[in-house]
Write a protein that binds this ligand. Structure first.
Ligand code: NAP
Length: 286
């Protein structure tokens, strides 16, 4: 199952995220995911596990061209020269010579300068698609009016508790593919025990996580669930076999709380928290 990006590149609609997968187990976890059938792997320089992802890519036995590798430049890597160097650093750690998708991780810092570096790397054929994360609709409209190449992907928090219908419509209008991060909202706020999702799961004889993923897939989003457990990786990937009907979709639509569960960059304390994380001594040496 693939989505076609605005530049014609085919992106798998379900992928595997490695946020909070410790470096020590990450190679094995990513190897398991690839063996199970995942082809899109989503990492970031700030996750500090690109080297382990790289080892898995090299030893998994699947051709590089069959994989779709995404990584991201973090806030301290914004600005033209910093982003160019960050790209090279990530490629080195991942032991690959091109990226399928490179993303600006946050709309913070000199992300316009960084974007110009991404545009140049894209022109040189070193990145197949470029995109952003955590850009709300206002920011994406403004950004698209001020860049040479529009982002092909916007990776955003997107799950039944935060459905962002208006923003998705705007992104569709502009030709930007939405990619759902934390498609389970990390299981917070009762996501895995929602009675109406449980009801739908019983009706289709499947699981709650499968319904959650399939709902986002049917809305056209790419999903990148994370799990360190093989049986859950299998379960999540099998969401592609499911088909929800109109009634199911309507029922899930009622669960929207209209506010993020995980990250709200419109809140000063959140932006402070992001910068506090950045000032973590380990990250500053990336
Ligand atoms: P998530 O995928 O919503 O949830 C992961 C949590 O759900 C883990 O605790 C996992 O536990 C559990 N889980 C997974 N499958 C399950 C299943 N079938 N049954 C029960 N529990 C299950 O959260 P996320 O990792 O934060 O988000 C996914 C990916 O999005 C990340 O890995 C990362 O690649 C990306 N992301 C991007 C940004 C950004 O700013 N761009 C921010 C956050 C995340 P176990 O691992 O123990 O199985």
């Amino acid at each position: 199952m693939y989505r076609t990006l605005s530049n014609g590149i085919q992106m798998p609609q379900i992928g595997f995220g490695v946020f909070q997968v410790p470096e020590s187990i990450c190679e094995q976890v990513v190897t398991d995911a690839i063996n199970i059938g995942y082809r899109l792997i989503d990492t970031a320089s700030s996750y500090q596990n690109e080297e382990a992802v790289g080892k898995a890519i090299h030893t998994c036995g699947v051709n590089r061209e069959e994989l779709f590798i995404t990584t991201k430049a973090y806030i301290q890597e914004m600005g033209y020269e910093q982003a160019r160097q960050a790209f090279e650093r990530s490629l080195r750690k991942l032991q690959i010579d091109y990226l399928d998708l490179y993303l600006i991780h946050m709309p913070l810092g000199d992300y316009y300068g960084a974007w110009r570096a991404l545009e140049d790397l894209y022109d040189k054929g070193l990145i197949r698609a470029i995109g952003v994360c955590n850009f709300n609709a206002t920011r994406i409209i403004d950004f698209c009016n001020n860049v040479r190449i529009r982002p092909m992907v916007n990776q955003i928090e997107l799950h039944p508790h935060f459905q962002r219908n208006e923003e998705l419509a705007i992104m569709q209008d502009i030709g930007i593919q939405p990619e759902a991060w934390a498609p389970f909202a990390e299981g917070l706020k009762g996501m895995f025990t929602e009675p109406s999702i449980q009801e739908i799961a019983e009706k289709h004889q499947c699981t709650i996580p499968q319904v959650i993923l399939r709902w986002n897939i049917q809305r056209g989003a790419v999903v990148i669930p994370k799990s360190i457990h093989k049986e859950r990786m299998v379960e999540n990937l099998a969401s592609t076999d499911l088909l929800l009907d109109e009634e199911d979709m309507k029922q899930i639509a009622t669960l929207d709380k209209g506010v993020p569960s995980m990250l709200d960059l419109s809140k000063p304390q959140e932006v402070r928290r992001v910068y506090d994380y950045l000032n973590n001594p380990v990250l500053t040496t990336l």
